[in-house]
Ligand binder design. Structure first.
Ligand code: PMP
Length: 461
């Protein structure tokens, strides 16, 4: 058999990738024409590709490698667990030590009365759990008409049919998925693009009050829950104005509807606290978790639910679960990851030291002629590219054209930053050092300069 390895020439790997591997969220024909970049190794915040380039990963993979790459303790935890008990399920009256230990630790870390964990294999699966759980909750409470779930346009909650319907990504809704019934969307609190003449604070209130209007339109007695990310991630790192979350909190309380905070990106230190809800002053009934839970070393997600939700759900048989709910190896790795985050003081260091350092440098990017706003919370930030800061104008080109050019310049300069339409986003490993932050910001300036020069040369601004 022809062995494929990291020693196989890049062109050959690319040809095989093109021939056999379908990539998520990718235009395959376009990718196959140029060939994928092939990542072979990683250490800390640095990737190595098959050509030997060292690339600074400003995205921590997909916002998930919070403790950085190459942590031997996580590999050891997986090895130990595989030898001891590689798999057993948690259905049918059984449990095992890794699931018990991880759920106990999560109950300790999570705020308020969020003391109970339903495990899943990913963030999407966890949001599917939430969808079924909040509806089952209201049925069990004798209010079966409470079925509507309200979410936000441009929010992201995953890619399964359920989670994709919950999310507000219109391009996903229009492709092959009739969205499932009983989900309504309100507008996002994106002041830069949609705030018009309102101040950020006025706009934040206006957008939060859309929730109240939607509840009244559907009938409060028909609404089960509101779901949102504390800071929208995949939508472009959209940080709501300060007025937004207190008003949301007031509204969900007034109408007695459940609040689901999707912490898949914001959880596990990304915003400088264990959970984004703590940073933004949100009191959810349910939190969705994944990504940073295991720093991406194992696929695992879950829903952490309040005492009250757990009590209601626990008073019947909840007909839901996944083969890999509470997978022992994933749980063991996640538990070790939480130990590292805690004992190495990573979350505290982000909050008190590296995130403030990054914030000063990141916000200074707004001085670049191409950058409108630069927003950052903890270790997740974004910059809005614009041809005219004063009017917060969008480019004349199709949305995303300029962002893509900028991302290509990042690629060429060995920096991973992602673009969402014409915003550039950043979410590095939480272990990034100050000197690596300096390198990252220097490269970002360079990429912005090159993008600016290209736009001018091509008459695009
Ligand atoms: N929720 C949020 C907020 C996310 O960012 C993501 C993934 N980017 C998901 C859910 C879905 O998680 P997964 O890809 O693990 O299914």
């Amino acid at each position: 058999m022809n062995v494929i390895s990291t020693n196989t020439p890049t062109a050959e790997l690319q040809a095989l990738d093109a021939a056999h591997h379908l990539h998520p969220f990718t235009h395959a024909a376009a990718l196959n024409k140029k060939g994928a970049r092939i990542i072979t190794r990683a250490e800390g915040c640095w990737l190595t590709d098959s050509e030997g380039n060292r690339i600074l990963d400003g995205m921590a993979g997909l916002w998930c490698v919070n403790v950085g790459y190459g942590r031997r303790e996580l590999a050891d935890a997986a090895h130990r667990q595989m030898m001891e008990l590689p798999f057993y399920n948690t259905f049918f009256q059984t449990s095992h030590v890794p699931a018990i230990a991880l759920s106990t630790k999560l109950a300790e870390l999570a705020p308020g009365t969020l003391n109970h964990v339903f495990f899943a294999g990913s963030g999407s699966e966890a949001n599917d759990t939430n969808l079924r759980m909040v509806r089952a909750y209201w049925m069990q409470k004798g209010q079966p008409e409470r079925q509507w779930i309200i979410s936000r346009w441009n929010g992201y909650h995953g890619s399964t049919v359920g989670a994709g319907s919950l999310g507000g990504m219109k391009p996903m809704h229009t492709q092959g998925v009739p969205t499932i019934p009983g989900i309504a969307h309100i507008d996002q609190p994106n002041w830069w693009s949609e705030g018009g003449d309102l101040s950020p604070e006025e706009f934040g209130l206006e957008r939060a009050r859309q929730l109240e209007a939607k509840i009244l339109e559907l009938g409060p007695e028909n609404v089960a829950a509101f779901i949102a990310e504390p800071v929208q991630g995949a939508g472009g790192v959209i940080v709501a104005p300060d007025s937004y979350w207190p008003e949301i909190q007031r509204i969900v309380k007034k109408y007695g509807i459940l609040l689901i905070a999707d912490e898949v990106i914001c959880g596990f230190g990304r915003t400088g606290n264990w959970f984004g809800s703590q940073t933004l002053g949100i009191q959810p009934d349910i939190m969705t978790i994944a990504k940073g839970l295991s720093s991406g070393y194992q696929p695992i997600g879950g829903s952490i639910v309040s005492d009250e939700v757990a009590e209601v759900i626990g008073s019947m048989e909840f007909n839901h679960g996944y083969t890999y709910s509470g997978h022992p190896v994933a749980c063991a790795v996640a538990l070790e990851n939480l130990r590292i985050l805690e004992e190495d003081g990573i979350v505290d260091r982000v909050r008190e030291d590296t995130a403030p350092y990054l914030k000063t440098k990141f916000e200074a990017l707004a001085e670049h002629p191409l950058v409108g706003e630069a927003k950052i919370v903890g270790m997740m930030g974004s910059i809005a590219l614009t041809p005219d800061k004063a009017s917060r104008a969008a480019f004349a080109s199709e949305a995303g054209t300029v962002g893509l050019i900028c991302r290509e310049r990042c690629f060429a300069n060995n920096l991973i930053m992602r673009h969402v339409y014409d915003r550039m986003i950043l979410s590095p490993a939480l272990v990034i050092s100050k000197s690596e932050i300096d390198t990252l910001i220097d490269r970002a300036w360079q990429c912005l300069d090159e993008t600016h020069a290209k736009l001018k040369a091509e008459g695009m601004m």
